[in-house]
Design a protein around this ligand. Structure first.
Ligand code: ZN
Length: 114
């Protein structure tokens, strides 16, 4: 795993293309986009795993609804999009801070893994 760059972005130590932010959730552009639209939905507070979000009533649901709103804002509402959460090393998680990938803007293949 690489450094927790998301905490550094939220604290202002690193810069990013911020698409949206409120007190609880940020949306930034992925620096290595794998589709024409590739956004990351990130809690402002540090959480490593999905399990850690259990205490945060409603945050996971809000994150999913925000992802859907971002998809619509980026013109993906009619065409569709994909959300991905990588969990742990085998799941391909690179940054140790919970995040949701939003991908769209092209026809994504039926394969989720290679
Ligand atoms: Zn973090």
């Amino acid at each position: 795993m690489i450094d927790d760059v998301f905490c550094k972005i939220i604290s202002g130590e690193l810069s990013a293309e911020v698409v949206y932010k409120d007190d609880d959730l940020w949306v930034i552009e992925d620096i290595h986009p794998q589709a024409p639209v590739h956004l990351l939905i990130i809690p402002a507070k540090h959480f490593l795993k999905i399990e850690d979000l259990k205490k945060e009533d409603g945050l996971l649901g809000r994150a999913l609804l925000l992802a859907d709103k971002m998809a619509h804002d980026h013109g993906l509402g009619d065409k569709g999009y994909r959300l991905i959460i990588n969990e742990g090393e085998d799941g391909g998680k690179l940054v140790p801070h919970f995040h949701i990938h939003l991908l769209g803007g092209k026809r994504l293949g039926p394969k989720i893994v290679e």
